[in-house]
Design a binder for this molecule. Sequence first.
Ligand SMILES: [Zn+2]
Length: 230
Amino acid sequence: MSAERLGSHEAAEIRELPFQEIITKLLALSGDDVFESPQKFLIKGPVTAGGLRQLTQLPYEIGITELNGELILNTGQEQLAAHHGDHESAKRFYTSKVSCHTHTVQTYGLYSNGIELNRPSEGDVENSWLKARLAPGRPSILVHPEGITAFVAPSHLMMQLDDESQRRYEEISMQVNEKKRARKYEGMSRLERELQKIDGIIVEHVDWSDAEKIDGIIEKYINGPIRKNK
Ligand SMILES: [Zn+2]
């Protein structure tokens, strides 16, 4: 029911709050509460690294997109960056100047026996094809427990890789398969990101530990595009 309300009267449902206050509010709600009543906020002021990282602790995904020059934060659900009834937010991922979503410790951890998906999912990559058409030149941003990753629709096909890239791709693929066979998933996302870099899907990745570069990637893809008078 609340989903339909969001759908038809989106503007009326949006509350304006500073980023950190939004996070405090969300952390105080249970995942079930948020699923029953999806939340939507206009973010007052900039998005911060510390806040983004906290969002990866929530039991559902979060979306951040631009609407009329402002950043909108919407709650999603397990493995969905927008609640299934929130079509406006879902649509904005394709068209907006800012297209950011989270993968959390809990949503992918619970689903796949403790494996975190610290890279764009297959679904994310599929969606990036439509984004490339509707908002060309604007990478999507994934915020996850290991860091922040900017990605686009894949630009290369396997056949177009040069010999060296081809060799590296095969070598890393074998390591990934070996981890899967042994059910030892540590470092798996890092290897999978290497493959996605070779595929031209990942254009930039920064670990949380690199504070300066983290601030840079947030400015470039989230705060920067909506800053006025620039
Ligand atoms: Zn995703």
